[in-house]
Ligand binder design. Structure first.
Ligand SMILES: [Zn+2]
Ligand SMILES: [Zn+2]
Length: 558
């Protein structure tokens, strides 16, 4: 049994933020036999996020066959990398890299030595077709430049698109939706663009916090309305005419629309915590959640604490401190977990496994500790096979040693990650300069600039109508990043369908701008603009948006 103190200070000398371990946290931790974390919630997420990559693709030969592969691992990662097919083939077995645990040595050092030699899978795509330029596609088809996509097709430059979706471009955490461009935190939306936190909305554009609406433009906080522009009702004919003018497919008109959307943003009444279909939750961006505490941008998650961006197609429950993941139960201090894990502690990037501790890239495993790259194994430590009794005795010994030196319960060390800080998800949640990264002893890696050239995207034709299919062969150069990009065929069809101009910025810049619209995952105290009551919200006290407490919000928006 551990004893817990309520008031703690983050162990990171650059942070030193106070944080709490509540009695409910304590109950969780006892279940996992782990001590209280030493870092604050944000620093814990930051550490774990270092183990999941941003979208950067590298070409390298497969270490097994020499055939060229596309992978998330830069040459900096010295481990052998196999193609997806090779990794899943019977031509090798992770168990052959097994080694005995040395009780006199450091566990993390031994694990790192194992990580260096066990082949890595080039990409986490599973059961997916034509998704080579995406990471973490599951049961999906034709996805390009995406991260974490499940059961979806024709998805471009988007992340956290799960449930069933089709025709999604430039979106973030959308579920059960079709034909969307630039939408964020939306569920069951159709044929729309620039929707933010909308549910069950169709044929609408530039709207914020609308539910059950159709044919709306520049609206906010509407419920079950149709044919509205700027929150005012208009007759069907007028709507049609105005929509044709406002959405004429011209870039110049579009830029005006985006400025108008900024005004809509400032007119929107924001509920202190914007959760939909969720009960007894503290957090933000939650959909279909219950009893979640300090969780952000999660979907289908219940009875969990301190989780970010869980988007299971079914449910994740009874979990604490998880950064991005799929279906699971009893997960603690994990990152990038795929579907259907049960009782995982301090694990990353594993799927369909149970009772795993300090494991990465383990699939359909049970009772494994400190393993990587195993499939269908049980009772393994550092990839070495044991019988049940030896396994249990050995893991007890490792745990005792780690408890005595303060390692037990901590996530893997930053140096154990295959990704440099600036190429990991941590750099998205917590952007830092190169100097700050190096000062903290973390790694920075420069990715060589792509070859310059191509057509300057700022001078492409103004109207979508002037862009024919021959344009698909053109290489465009982003005026901001100078990076090159192309427009995909299906993508162009979606722009035409929704009467939107072609984007002129590189997908990375678009992803970054979109991310900038999400408030950092932290709750601040401020007062309700209407009644003055103290509320907790992701809008910091200095922010100009109109933020209401729940009861004032419900009086205005229903
Ligand atoms: Zn901290
Ligand atoms: Zn109020």
């Amino acid at each position: 049994m551990y004893t817990f103190r309520m008031d703690r200070i983050c162990a990171n000398h650059w942070c030193r933020q106070p944080f709490e371990i509540t009695p409910a946290d304590e109950e969780f931790l006892q279940k996992f036999e782990c001590p209280a974390p030493t870092m604050c919630v944000s620093c814990r997420h930051q550490r774990r996020a270092m183990f999941t990559p941003v979208l950067v693709f590298h070409r390298r030969p497969s270490a097994l066959s020499g055939t060229p592969i596309l992978t998330m691992y830069s040459p900096r990662c010295q481990s052998p990398v196999y193609s997806i097919q090779e990794w899943w083939s019977d031509s090798w077995d992770g168990i052959s890299y097994g080694r005995p645990y040395d009780p006199s040595g450091d566990f993390f050092d031994q694990f790192q030595n194992l990580l260096r030699v066990v082949p890595k899978i080039s990409n986490h795509n599973e059961k997916s077709e034509n998704c080579d330029y995406s990471f973490g596609a599951y049961n999906s088809r034709n996805c390009y430049y995406c991260r974490t996509i499940a059961r979806s097709e024709d998805v471009y430059y988007s992340e956290l698109i799960t449930g069933k979706n089709e025709g999604i471009v430039d979106c973030y955490r959308c579920q059960y939706s079709n034909y969307l461009v630039e939408c964020m935190l939306c569920v069951q939306c159709y044929g729309s663009s620039y929707l933010y936190r909308c549910t069950n909305v169709r044929d609408s554009h530039f709207c914020i916090d609308c539910q059950g609406c159709s044919d709306c433009l520049f609206c906010h906080n509407l419920r079950n309305k149709a044919f509205h522009i700027g929150n005012q009702p208009v007759d069907k004919e007028t709507f049609k005419k105005m929509k044709q003018e406002l959405m004429d497919g011209r870039h110049s008109t579009h830029m005006k629309n985006l400025r108008h959307l900024e005004e809509v943003r400032m007119e929107t009444i924001w509920k202190d915590q914007q959760n939909v279909n969720s009960e007894d939750c503290v957090g933000d961006g939650l959909f279909n959640c219950a009893r979640c505490i300090e969780c952000f941008s999660c979907f289908n998650t219940v009875d969990s604490r301190y989780c970010w961006e869980l988007t299971p197609s079914e449910t994740t429950s009874h979990s604490m401190d998880v950064t991005r993941g799929g279906i699971g139960e009893l997960l603690y201090n994990c990152a990038g977990l795929g579907g259907k894990n049960y009782f995982a502690r301090m694990c990353a990037n594993s799927r369909h496994s149970s009772f795993i501790t300090y494991c990465t890239y383990c699939f359909t495993c049970k009772d494994c500790f400190g393993c990587t790259g195993l499939r269908n194994k049980q009772y393994c430590i550092l990839n070495k096979q044991y019988n049940q009794e030896e396994y249990e005795t050995t893991i007890r010994n490792i745990m005792e040693k780690m408890k005595s030196n303060g390692q037990w319960g901590e996530f893997f060390r930053p140096e154990d990650s295959a990704f440099a800080y600036n190429n990991s998800t941590a750099s998205i949640y917590f952007p830092l300069s190169k100097e700050e990264i190096l000062d903290r002893g973390w790694e920075w890696e420069d990715i060589p600039d792509p070859t310059l050239g191509g057509i300057d995207a700022s001078v492409i034709p103004d109207s979508i109508d002037e862009i024919d299919d021959s344009f698909l062969d053109s290489i465009l150069t982003c005026p901001v990043s100078r990076k090159r990009f192309k427009i995909q065929k299906k993508e162009l069809e979606i722009y035409r369908m929704l009467r939107l101009p072609c984007p002129r910025l590189h997908p990375d810049i678009r992803i970054k701008r979109r991310r900038g619209l999400i408030n950092p995952y932290i709750l601040h105290d401020r007062t309700c603009r209407q009644c003055g009551k103290v509320i907790r919200t992701t809008f910091g006290p200095e922010r100009k948006e109109i933020v209401y407490c729940e009861s004032c919000y419900l009086k205005e928006v229903y």
